[in-house]
Design a protein around this ligand. Structure first.
Ligand code: NDP
Length: 507
């Protein structure tokens, strides 16, 4: 392995400054494209989590942060968006060298999405119903009633390695917009961009409002979920770890939102325009080497188009260029780690053993200049049946399963036959038909003639075991507030409070 001379060292970010870990230990972060060591990062402990939570608690309880007027808060959110734009290059670089995402995607999509999210939330904050007045009730007596929406308090965010920055902002954005404070635990493969993000955001918020503790999920993550002074947990990651977090959060009855795995179905109808649907379906599955939770991994193709679709997909997929994510001509980067590569190759073996036909890819690749990287060819299986392991389990790699259908109802039934429900897609020239299919698909987002189309003002989240709650959009703000009903009686005299007779009956 080559050792990069520019190895950077990162500590925790707590209370507005860089803080050493109490263990004195670090863990290594490697570039998945080259195998190079790129950073040494603080290995957090339960004591470090406690320090960060106390800083966040104090910022919430003792500063004016939670009482800021919406107009002032919107200005802060806009300021964060400008900071992200100003630091775009550095953020994109840190993201690319740790997650393996291509700079082409990060620069042209992730950064823009993050900037847009903070600006959209700033505008939503201006209109948000922090206080609503209810009509005067006719019974039992006149009263003035408010519903107040208040911040929850200290939020813990636990994030995955595939889209570290974007997913962190899905939590930081609404948490800060509603006046909460936050402690983030990024994935151990990819903590760098989140640390940098916290540093630049801290320039425009009070100390302790945003904190990052790095380290292992089993130690740092669990300590956050268990901490009695953490009021909310927002987790994105695998369904397996989500299940564990939900169990742990029950110990202190924490408000919990979960963004989990997916096995998203993508249905081509017979009248589809293949000139768009074929590249679109491959965009849906091979972007970021298939390591996106809402990737369209199961493609349902009608009998009449099957051979034409398979030939078209294979031709397009074979032309994708694998390479270093820092090279702007690279289409597909590496997968995150050797372990992930081996898991994906294991799924590919299982597909072959279960009788699926491998028509494209299926092997690891040595990319010149990136010999120690973890690359897998974009892979397509045909003759897949929906009960095969490759069609039911989340592979999280560049593997497409093509499944044949005869009747549309059969395709919809197979599409929904999964524990997941994150995304789904349908491709057709008939928009009414598309809506009819979209109604029947059990998924938190349905893309019609498109894929991976996120909007800052639209909610994202899963049906079934793909999660609980929604991120982005106005709906995400509700997840970072709690409701308080305030009642003021307008009946000043005891004689007019007939309802007290429920207790003080006629003696
Ligand atoms: P993991 O579930 O393995 O890890 C996610 C985060 O949880 C990491 O920060 C990890 O830390 C931490 N963690 C691990 N174990 C625990 C624990 N016991 N207690 C608390 N925290 C823990 O997911 P991946 O990082 O592998 O990400 C891929 C998964 O994320 C896929 O399943 C994908 O579908 C899903 N995902 C879902 C999205 C959605 O919006 N629905 C979006 C993006 C991804 P560490 O890194 O130290 O292990």
């Amino acid at each position: 392995m080559t050792v990069n001379v520019d190895v950077q060292t990162f500590s925790h970010f707590i209370n507005g400054k860089w803080e050493q870990t109490s263990s004195g230990e670090t863990f290594d972060v490697f570039n998945p494209a080259t195998g190079e060591l790129v950073a040494k990062v603080a290995k957090g402990t339960v004591a470090d989590v406690d320090r960060a939570v106390k800083a966040a608690r104090s910022a919430f309880d003792k500063s004016d942060w939670k009482n800021m007027k919406p107009k002032e808060r919107a200005k802060v959110l806009f300021a964060i968006s400008y900071k992200i734009a100003e630091h775009a290059q550095e953020l994109a670089y840190l993201e690319a060298i740790s997650s393996g995402g291509t700079v082409r995607r990060i620069g042209n999509s992730d950064i823009l999405q993050m900037v847009d999210l903070f600006q959209t939330l700033a505008n939503f904050t201006l209109e948000y119903p922090f206080s609503e007045t209810l009509p005067v009730p006719p019974f039992p007596g006149p009263a003035h009633n408010f519903i107040w929406r208040e911040p929850i308090g200290v939020c813990a965010a636990i994030t995955p390695w595939n889209l570290p920055m974007v997913i962190a902002t899905w939590k930081i954005g609404p948490a800060l917009a509603m006046g909460n404070t936050i402690v983030i635990k990024p994935a151990s493969y990819t903590p760098l961009s989140t640390l940098k993000l916290a540093e630049i955001i801290s320039e425009v918020v009070p100390p302790g409002v945003i904190n990052v503790v790095t380290g292992a999920g089993a130690e740092v993550g669990e300590a956050l979920v268990n901490h009695p002074e953490v009021d909310k947990v927002a987790f994105t990651g695998s369904t397996e770890v989500g299940r564990r977090i939900m169990g742990l959060a029950a110990g202190t009855i924490k408000n919990t939102t979960l963004g989990l795995g997916g096995k998203s179905p993508n249905i081509l109808l017979e009248d589809v325009d293949l000139s768009i649907a074929l590249p679109g379906s491959l965009f849906g599955v091979f972007l970021h080497s298939g390591q996106l939770c809402e990737s369209g991994t199961r493609l349902f193709v009608p009998d009449a188009l099957y051979d034409q679709v398979v030939a078209g997909l294979t031709a397009l997929a074979s032309n994708l260029k694998l390479g270093n994510p820092l090279d702007p001509t690279t289409d597909v980067g590496p997968v995150i780690s050797k372990k992930q590569k081996e898991a994906i190759l294991g799924f590919i073996d299982s597909g072959k053993q279960e009788g699926a036909t491998l028509v494209c890819g299926g092997k690891e690749v040595i990319v010149p200049g990136c010999e120690q990287g973890h690359f897998i060819e974009p892979t397509i299986f045909t003759n897949v049946t929906n009960d095969m392991k490759i069609a039911q389990e989340e592979i999280f790699g560049p593997v497409l399963c093509v499944i044949r259908y005869s009747e549309l109802d059969e395709a919809i039934q197979m599409a929904n036959d999964t524990i997941y429900g994150l995304a789904a897609g349908v491709w057709t020239r008939d928009v009414n038909k598309a809506y009819e299919v979209a109604r029947k698909l059990q998924a938190g987002v349905v893309w019609i003639n498109d894929w991976h189309m996120f909007r800052s003002d639209a909610p994202f989240g899963g049906y079934k075991q793909s999660g609980i709650g929604r991120e982005m959009g106005k709906h995400s703000l509700d997840a970072y507030t709690q409701l308080k009903h305030v009642h003021t009686s307008m009946s000043p005299e005891l004689e007019r409070r007939s309802w007290y007779g429920i207790l003080f009956g006629q003696n």
